[in-house]
Design a protein around this ligand. Structure first.
Ligand code: TYD
Ligand code: MG
Length: 459
């Protein structure tokens, strides 16, 4: 049997030492020593591994791509459509999935909810953060049904967890926070770099050997990075990010890395009193909730991941009372707004320099898609001119510095979504109209190429 021992290794020069040192005696760097676990093989074991002995044992050899046969990798359907979508169609057996997010965003709730929805049983939910009663109370909140085949295990010792998991042989394992887990082979406290790396490596070995998928919750640091070493993100197959504004109830699930699918898909949820509700029609969350139509608002079709979402841009333009006009933007880049105002001033001839301009994106969304530009400019002009834009009109287009309207990506999907939601007019770049299939559409598409066209047509 190989003997396991721990050593401390300098992350800068690779020097090792049996004891921790503040300053490396070899390279002189400070605080670079990290605990590591090494297996000391006996002479006989090392010998058995050399290549001369390969023929006697069944050992892997290089294969051509043609020789490799694909086994049955049926994905596990979580019956949570948004979760499946982000993963690329379900959980791949034997995969390691890491979910990160700010505290209180709903990571534990999401995974417990998946336990209650999963048809393939049993499931092992390991929690190092909450007691059994707390988990039971939460489960009662999100599901009224009985859950006889969801095993809850409050344990932090990774070896004990894997031993129980092997006995139970579940279809899915959930680890509620890798930061609370610890390996008995290491002396350092849970949550340290070496512990996280060691526990994840143990979980990975287990998942691949027994073909059981493991979902791991990871904490996020103040800077918004996944806490723990970057190496964690390299070990796992999928990295998901659960995010949302604490002041609003919707939550977005994004894939940052996905070995089995696209990273463009997003899942949208709404946090309710009884758990997370899947949002199939995201536009409902971001369109205005006001009944009366007012000036200064325009609806844009933006893309969130691969999904088109209709979002309302609101602007308020009023004469500046104090010397310096104010500019403020919520959910939109302030510098980009400044650029748009300069374009309006120069290319359309609107006197905005003497006006305060406030911009807001409804629903607390943060816009990165340049396709929203046209709706933002329309909202600003609408407020300046105090003219209402009909709420069945929407916009998609990027605005350039010379006031030209540029084409946006995935225009077909955007048009289809607007049509589906009952909009009857859509302004878009004339370049986008070329080659667009407009059959079966009820929506009227209005191509424009310059900002002045928009102004003339609308106001
Ligand atoms: P939680 O899953 O504990 O967050 P995390 O594991 O990411 O730290 O979510 C906690 C928050 O969710 C808490 O503030 C209460 C809220 N919540 C609801 O609004 N509805 C619910 O049904 C549940 C279970 C939680
Ligand atoms: Mg939690």
């Amino acid at each position: 049997m190989a003997k396991v021992k721990t050593i401390y290794v300098c992350q800068s020069c690779g020097m090792d030492s049996p004891k921790w040192m503040g300053r490396c005696s070899s390279c002189g760097e400070w605080n670079t020593y990290q605990e590591m676990r090494v297996e000391q093989k006996t002479k006989a074991e090392t010998k058995a591994e050399t290549w001369q002995n390969d023929e006697k044992k069944k050992i892997r050899t290089p294969l051509t791509l043609d020789d490799i046969t694909i086994g049955k990798t049926t994905r596990i359907d979580t019956t949570n459509a948004e979760f499946n979508r982000v993963l690329g169609g379900g959980v791949v057996p034997g995969s390691l999935i890491l979910i990160g997010g700010n505290p209180g965003i709903g990571k534990s709730t999401l995974l417990l909810q998946i336990c209650t929805q999963l048809k393939e049983l049993p499931i092992l939910y390991v929690s190092g953060e909450e007691s059994e009663e707390q988990i039971k109370l939460r489960a009662q909140r999100i599901s009224s049904g009985a859950l006889p085949k969801t095993y809850i295990f409050t344990e932090v010792n990774i070896s004990k967890i894997l031993r129980e998991a092997k006995k139970l042989s579940p279809r899915l394992i959930i680890i509620d926070s890798i930061q609370t887990m610890s390996s008995p082979h290491l002396e350092s406290a849970p949550g340290t770099v070496s512990q996280i790396r060691e526990c994840t490596a143990d979980l990975q070995r287990f998942a691949k050997e027994l073909n059981i998928p493991v979902l791991i919750i990871g904490h996020i640091t103040k800077e918004g990075q996944l806490a723990g070493p970057k190496v964690l993100e390299h070990i796992v197959d999928v990295v998901l990010q659960f995010e949302g504004d604490p002041n609003y109830s919707y939550r977005l699930l994004r894939a940052q890395k996905n070995r089995f699918g696209s990273t463009d898909e997003i899942g949208i949820y709404e946090m309710r009193g009884n758990g997370l509700r899947e949002v199939n029609n995201p536009s409902e969350l971001f369109l205005s909730q006001s009944e009366v139509e007012l000036s200064g608002s325009a609806i844009g079709v933006m893309l969130e991941g691969q999904r088109p979402v209709l979002v309302e841009a609101q602007a308020l333009v009023s004469p500046a009372v104090y010397g310096n006009p104010q500019r403020s933007a919520t959910g939109f880049d302030l510098r980009r707004m400044g650029m748009h105002l300069a374009v309006l001033e120069k290319r359309v001839g609107l006197a905005l320099a003497q006006h305060d301009v406030f911009l807001n994106i409804a629903g607390g969304l943060k816009i990165k898609d340049p396709g929203m530009d046209l709706s933002i400019l329309a909202a600003i002009i609408s407020s300046l001119e105090d003219t209402i834009i009909d709420h069945h009109t929407c916009f998609a287009g990027e605005v350039g510095l010379s006031g030209e309207i540029r084409a946006v990506t995935h225009i077909g999907q955007r048009v289809k979504e607007a049509d589906k939601l009952g909009f009857n007019k859509m302004f878009l770049s004339s370049f986008n109209l070329q080659g667009l299939n407009t059959s079966n559409l009820n929506i009227e598409l209005i191509p424009i190429s310059k900002l002045t066209d928009l102004y003339d047509l609308l106001f």
